[in-house]
Design a binder for this molecule. Structure first.
Ligand SMILES: Nc1ncnc2c1ncn2[C@@H]1O[C@H](COP(=O)(O)OP(=O)(O)OP(=O)(O)O)[C@@H](O)[C@H]1O
Length: 901
């Protein structure tokens, strides 16, 4: 506990894991465990049966975000102990489990990456450049925006899939980069606790990340030191790709991983240096405001863009979809390749359906092979892997057959340029499959592993889960707390003088179930032949004895307490008693006795079984090693499946939601006809309501649209749908519109209402200004900005001034595409001479009987009425209050007709 001071220590004691001292007192109650003391001891302890480890790890690591050190019992020289009849263990922390270092825990979310992120900042540079230090009051603003553009290195890894990436960024862009990665845990070196870096820490804490501090390594890990932790073939690993800050971040990341794994080896994918300029940047606020992964209000996936779009059928395909949605591409060829693939699936629905059928039958290769790379995969994992390889071959054949039939047809027909491109992209995908050696591996696995034996083994394991606990407990039962023992069901409580489990399992013939076929190795064949022979001898001996003793009920058995015995019952008891010497155990109706012949034969049987088991373990080890040799190919094949899954899912989506293929170009226009918001449309559809589509053309004559209109008439929806259409298009998906022509967007920014951050001493207006500042500082002529009601957090006069300043800056400095919604219609008058700004509005249609409806269709012009009182009435404001408000309104301002500029 002293050595692993930052961890909760779980100590294996026989069949239990125990917490001791203050860990027991603090966490025992949180885990619903009784805290007790052994007789005569003052040490508090709390424990749980070993097979429940995952359940309690989930509470500690996943729910409470704690680090847990698991101290295991390591058997020391078992054979010596078996002989001397005692069995002792050494204890050793074999692994530290933290939220970011999960490998294959059952409580992990299979649909999401589980990233561990390391952030490196050049402290010296930060110190010399920090302009904030002398600005009074600025220390109250825990915003990294005010930190200079110092280089920051990022490195992140998912230990469950082996994905390993690095990136170089600056302090101002850090929040968005971290939000995009969405790490489960962040490692910072302990110097981050210093004054200046503390603003970075505040930002990370504010966003709710789990932060772990690490003492920096004296001798930093250089790139060459990374290689032992990487997969075998690392030709992609070009060391010149990595900046010094990335190398520093990567070094501390791998140092941390090594410490957590306590010596067990990881084989990660060769790191990829993420080049931000190749991707559209969606800043932290936009990720949240556009509800791409989760909703803004409750952080749930339901109601998010991802939830509406997700049609992928595999787990890793879904992880790729999330990655693409959060970092759409900036490369026209890449985007067009993706769109081509979707179009091909749409045009050949049979291909798409056949692929989906096969994809559904695959398992999560990346997470499976990663288990092997940690030396963990078992026989079940091998079977799943081999099945996936067979399905991958089916998929590769489907794609290849489709490609060749398409090529054959096009020989006769006149192929259009687009068609030729599409065919090309499918065949290049098909060429990426590398199946020769994985197929050999898959066949070997299926030839070696006996699936029936495996499922029979599982059935037994399930039936005897409690017995397994008993076996473990038998060893050091007395060491477990008495309270623990009381918590166990009676039937599995340990008996005294029990035999060691390893010996018992090696000698007990009861579980003669083999998980490998006898043909799996020459040795296994020989051993099984020997076992058959000995089993035959046993049957013969049994029948001879029956005859000799005239005892029909005689059986030859092994028991933990008595070893090899002959057992008789009923009327045979008396007969046996007259003919044989001493019995070793007897009751009224049974009698057991030793017989040298059986003891000798039984021992031979046990030894043979023991050797079969050892040989099975060895052969499994060979297969595991073969998986590791194929890591690179298996991962590459899996990547192709993921791409196919995403393409198929986008095709299904396009069909279901009537999406169109966007046309992307290198210009800066955003020309959408009949655009829709995919999530709002789906929500309205569920209620049987229709969504009103709207056009949007910014970037050519008008770079900025100033949008006014009543409350609730769809301004925010319009803003967001246009940002989403750009994101979807660059993700490689069709888009919700009748027509879409989009110039590549480098950065999407959103300034829409967000919660105050009173905890961080930030008012609504401060938050609004911080976010606005970031946009005005960072937006380029290629960016797309949506701003909703900027300036509403202060007085109307100040709000108008701030709103005008923003529009002015966007128009003259940033010169980006922007949609700006406001209730300050004065802004329309103030910006009259902005040559690239157009005014548009939504409206309310009033009926003679006083009822009204929203006109969600945008039209040119300014709407000077907010119709706020109508919304207030619908919301149930008392009628008296509404009347007073109406009176004030009629006195304070004359009714403004809607105007067209
Ligand atoms: N184009 C549309 N077609 C149909 N319904 C729509 C459309 N746009 C918005 N709505 C509906 O109107 C509701 C309000 O829309 P939204 O929040 O965009 O209005 P708003 O003008 O921004 O309101 P406020 O000014 O009060 O913030 C949406 O939740 C949706 O139900």
């Amino acid at each position: 506990m002293l050595r692993f001071g930052h961890c909760i220590v779980l100590t294996r004691v026989g069949g239990f894991y125990e917490l001791f001292f203050d860990h027991a007192e603090t966490y025992g109650p949180l885990m619903n465990l009784k805290v007790s003391k052994r007789k005569g001891s003052t040490v508090p302890m709390a424990g749980f049966p070993a097979h429940q480890l995952e359940r309690f790890l989930k509470i500690l690591v996943q729910d409470l975000n704690k680090s847990v050190a698991v101290s295991e019992e390591i058997p020391n020289d078992a054979s010596k102990k078996v002989k001397s009849g005692e069995l002792k263990f050494d204890r050793k922390v074999t692994r530290i489990i933290t939220p970011g270092t999960l490998i294959d825990e059952s409580f992990m979310d299979p649909w999401k990456n589980n990233y561990l992120l390391s952030i490196h900042v050049d402290h010296e540079a930060l110190k010399s450049l920090d302009p904030v230090q002398d600005t009074p009051g600025m220390d109250k603003v825990p915003s990294v925006l005010n930190l200079p553009r110092t280089e920051v290195g990022l490195a992140w890894v998912d230990l469950s899939s082996g994905d390993f990436l690095t990136q170089s960024t600056d302090v101002a862009s850090l929040p968005s980069a971290v939000a995009r990665i969405g790490p489960r845990e962040i490692i910072l070196d302990s110097s981050f606790k210093d004054q200046r870096e503390s603003r970075i820490v505040s930002m990370l804490q504010e966003d709710g990340y789990v932060i772990t501090y690490q003492e920096p390594l004296g001798q930093k890990l250089a790139l060459a030191d990374w290689i032992p932790m990487l997969e075998d073939v690392i030709e992609d690993f070009d060391t010149t790709n990595f900046s010094p800050a990335e190398v520093a971040a990567g070094g501390s990341l791998l140092h941390y991983v090594n410490t957590q794994l306590q010596g067990s080896k990881a084989r990660l994918q060769a790191p990829i240096s993420h080049q931000p300029e190749n991707f559209m940047s969606i800043d932290r606020n936009s990720l949240r405001a556009l509800e791409i992964r989760t909703t803004m209000r409750d952080g749930r996936q339901e109601g998010s863009l991802l939830h509406t779009l997700r049609k992928t059928v595999t787990k890793s395909g879904t992880r790729l979809l999330i990655e693409r949605l959060t970092e759409p591409s900036m490369s026209l060829p890449v985007i067009n390749d993706r769109l081509d693939l979707v179009e091909e699936m749409l045009e050949y629905p049979q291909l798409q359906q056949d692929l989906v059928i096969q994809l559904r039958r695959t398992f999560d290769t990346l997470r499976l092979v990663q288990k092997f790379s940690f030396g963990r995969g078992d026989a079940d994992d091998l079977v799943e892997l081999s099945k996936t390889i067979f399905r991958t071959t089916d998929i590769a054949n489907l794609v290849a057959e489709h490609s060749s039939s398409r090529n054959a047809i096009s020989l006769d027909a006149e192929a259009t340029e687009a068609d030729t491109r599409r065919r090309g992209c499918l065949s290049s995908l098909s060429n990426r499959f590398d199946l020769v050696s994985p197929m050999k591996l898959a066949s070997r696995i299926l030839e070696a592993i006996d699936e029936d034996g495996l499922s029979e083994r599982h059935r037994l394991e399930d039936d005897e889960k409690s017995a397994i606990a008993e076996m473990a407990q038998d060893v050091l039962g007395q060491e477990a707390g008495e309270e623990d023992l009381k918590q166990m069901p009676k039937k599995i409580r340990p008996k005294s003088n029990a035999i060691a489990p390893s010996f018992k399992s090696a000698t007990d013939g009861r579980d003669d179930i083999w998980i490998m076929r006898r043909s799996a190795s020459k040795n296994l064949t020989k051993l099984h032949d020997a076992l058959d022979h000995l089993t035959g001898q046993k049957t013969e001996l049994e029948s001879n004895l029956k005859k000799r003793l005239g005892a029909e009920s005689l059986t030859l058995k092994w028991t933990p307490n008595l070893g090899h015995i002959c057992h008789v019952k009923g009327k045979d008891v008396a007969r046996a008693a007259t003919q044989l010497t001493k019995s070793v155990s007897s009751t009224k109706s049974t009698r057991s006795f030793h017989l040298l012949e059986w003891t000798h034969l039984g021992t031979q049987l046990d030894e043979t079984r023991f050797r079969i088991r050892s040989e099975e373990t060895r052969a499994l080890g060979d297969l595991r090693a073969e998986v590791v040799q194929n890591l690179v190919k298996l991962r590459r094949n899996a990547a192709v499946l993921d791409e196919l899954d995403v393409a198929c899912s986008f095709a299904v989506l396009a069909l279901e939601k009537s999406l169109v293929r966007p046309i992307l170009n290198s210009g800066t226009t955003h020309n959408i006809v009949g655009g829709r918001h995919p999530v709002v449309e789906a929500g309205l559809g569920d209620q049987g309501r229709n969504f009103t589509s709207n056009d949007c053309a910014v970037g050519e004559d008008e770079r900025i649209w100033l949008i006014t209109g009543p409350n609730m008439a769809g301004k925010s929806t319009f803003l967001r749908q246009n940002a989403l259409i750009s994101i979807l298009a660059q993700t490689g998906s069709f888009v919700p519109a009748e027509y879409a022509e989009i110039g590549l967007v480098d950065k999407v920014f959103s300034r829409v209402g967000s919660a105050d951050n009173l905890y961080q001493d930030q008012s609504t207006f401060m938050v609004e200004m911080l976010e606005t500042a970031q946009i005005l500082k960072q937006a380029t002529p290629r960016s797309f900005v949506i701003m909703d009601e900027v300036g509403r957090g202060t007085t109307p006069e100040d709000g108008v001034a701030v709103g005008y300043a923003c529009l002015h800056h966007l128009h003259n400095v940033n010169q980006c595409r922007a949609l700006f919604a406001t209730h300050f219609h004065a802004l329309a008058d103030m910006t009259k001479d902005f040559e690239s700004l157009g005014c548009y509005s939504t409206d309310v249609a009033e009926e003679p009987d006083g009822t009204f409806s929203y006109v969600h269709r945008l039209r040119k012009g300014v709407n000077r009425r907010s119709h706020a009182l109508k919304v207030a009435r619908v919301a149930g404001l008392p009628e008296e209050a509404i009347e007073i408000a109406a009176r004030v309104l009629s006195q304070s301002m004359p009714a403004h007709p809607s105007t067209t500029r």
